[in-house]
Design a protein around this ligand. Structure first.
Ligand code: 4AD
Ligand code: MG
Length: 431
């Protein structure tokens, strides 16, 4: 193989002749000059083929190129401030790898189902590429935030013998002769890890067999789950607002070009700075009722409720102290008012919904045992979890941030299907 440069590295090669491996994105011709829009995954650059300056075979090769044909190009790198990359290639040689016939995704508009069936190709389009770059930057920022603050990365298992977030949406599988489930959340294991390492976080795929066909639900999604020993509800919220501000500001600093390609309104992201507003569940219910919405104390919020609340703010809002009745078994009751729990959901602005769910956990062994019988959980399957309260229990808290909803919000996308390379959704397992 010849030595290749990438488009991202062109700036180090101005005035020199380099080879790149690339695909043809598009092409224009003026009769004597052909302009090739080239992409190599790291960026985009225009290749200029001047008829009078290249061999006839090179001119003809350029003419033959179709959308998504693959090729090697040799050219001289020129400064070109008017182009998106800032550079241009004066083409000297072209070596075709493959001429592509009838590429199915053309610059014209396609329907969503058509594109989803061709997700493996759709990823090549500039907007989809930009989203994946932002997703990677979000992941990098998440890890940086926790790594810089003495958290240890811990990986919980994916195959589990019991549920974390309730039994209604578990994926069942056989584990030899036993029953097993794909994890809904690594939290319970992260609580064990926090008792060993103090501050921990996990980052991995989680699964919910939810029959929800909404723009916020995936069947397989990625979650970041920090868990912190000796941290109460209040401090838990402070970590969350610092964390989310850090991630958004990092993306703004490092992914401007991608956000522009996606068409994101950047001013909305600039406002995302801690502290975030907080309202209690009670206040949220009162507000919704004032607005004439049909909701009673004790009922969970739906997407329209969350959106109505979030619209009041230019940054994410915490809704705290939900009724224990519909929240998870492990949440610690408010000592002053045991019918509500020390929990919070973080609701993103602009209608993107809940991006974080978190709480202080029950640390009292007796209360936890009570919850187990109320929720009809098998003490056998969770014996290890009960052990954590038996051997040196401490106050502790944690939360889970849904990666794809966060990507949707930061990129300003109206559906989570574009936030993950190959989305698993209700009725979609292909490609
Ligand atoms: O609120 P959830 O269910 O909380 C937990 O699983 C806790 N055990 C986390 C913890 O405290 N360690 O899920 C957390 C977040 C949600 O706020 C949402 O962002 C995301 O995960 N999420 C989903 N994202 C996409 N598709 C789905 N079906 C999701 N379900 C939850
Ligand atoms: Mg939740």
């Amino acid at each position: 193989m010849r030595t290749l440069t990438t488009i991202s590295q062109l700036k180090a090669n101005v005035g020199q002749s380099v080879w790149i491996g690339c695909w043809l994105n598009g092409k224009r011709s003026s009769g004597k000059i052909q302009f090739l829009q080239l992409r190599d995954g790291t960026g985009y650059v225009q290749g200029v083929v001047v008829k009078s300056e290249v061999a006839e075979t090179i001119w003809d090769a350029a003419k033959e190129l179709t959308q998504e044909s693959s090729l090697y190009v040799k050219g001289i790198v020129r400064d070109e401030p008017r182009s998106q990359s800032g550079y241009e290639l004066t083409v000297e040689e072209i070596e075709i790898i493959q001429i592509t016939q009838e590429y199915p995704i053309t610059p014209k508009e396609h329907g969503v189902d058509y594109l989803m069936d061709r997700r493996h190709l759709w990823l090549r389009s500039p907007k989809q590429r930009a989203i994946l770059v932002v997703r990677a930057e979000i992941i990098r920022s998440i890890q940086q935030f926790f790594d810089e603050r003495d958290f240890t990365l811990v990986d919980p298992p994916i195959l589990t013998p019991s549920s974390c977030e309730g039994t209604t949406n578990l994926f069942h599988t056989k584990y030899f002769d036993e029953d097993a489930y794909l994890t809904q959340s690594g939290q319970l294991y992260m609580e064990a890890a926090a008792m060993a390492l103090g501050k921990v976080y996990s980052f991995g795929p989680t699964f919910r067999a939810e029959k929800s066909k909404t723009r916020r639900h995936l069947i397989e999604f990625w979650m970041i789950e920090p868990e912190m020993a000796f941290v109460d509800h209040e401090e838990n919220l402070r970590v969350q607002e610092q964390f989310v501000s850090f991630v958004v500001q990092n993306v703004l600093a490092n992914c401007r070009k991608e956000l522009e390609t996606i068409g994101r309104d950047i001013s909305k992201l600039e406002a995302i700075q801690a502290p975030f507003p907080r309202i209690t569940y009670d206040e949220a219910i009162a507000f919704l009722q004032e607005q004439g919405q049909e909701i009673q104390w004790g009922e969970d919020f739906g997407a329209p409720h969350e959106t109505a609340i979030a619209e009041k703010y230019d940054r994410p809002v915490f809704i705290t102290h939900y009724p224990a009745s519909f929240k998870a078994f492990y949440m610690k009751p408010d000592p002053n008012r045991p019918e509500v729990v020390l929990c919070a959901d973080m609701i993103a602005p602009e209608g993107y919904g809940e991006i974080i769910g978190g709480s202080q956990r029950i640390d009292d062994p007796e209360l936890l045992a009570e919850r187990f019988s109320e929720h009809e959980l098998s003490t056998e399957a969770y014996q290890w979890y009960l052990d954590l309260r038996k051997y040196g229990t401490v106050p502790h808290s944690g939360f889970g941030l849904g990666l794809e909803r966060t990507v949707a919000w930061i990129c300003g996308l109206d559906h989570v299907r574009e936030t993950i390379p190959f989305p698993r959704m209700l009725y979609r397992l292909y490609p």
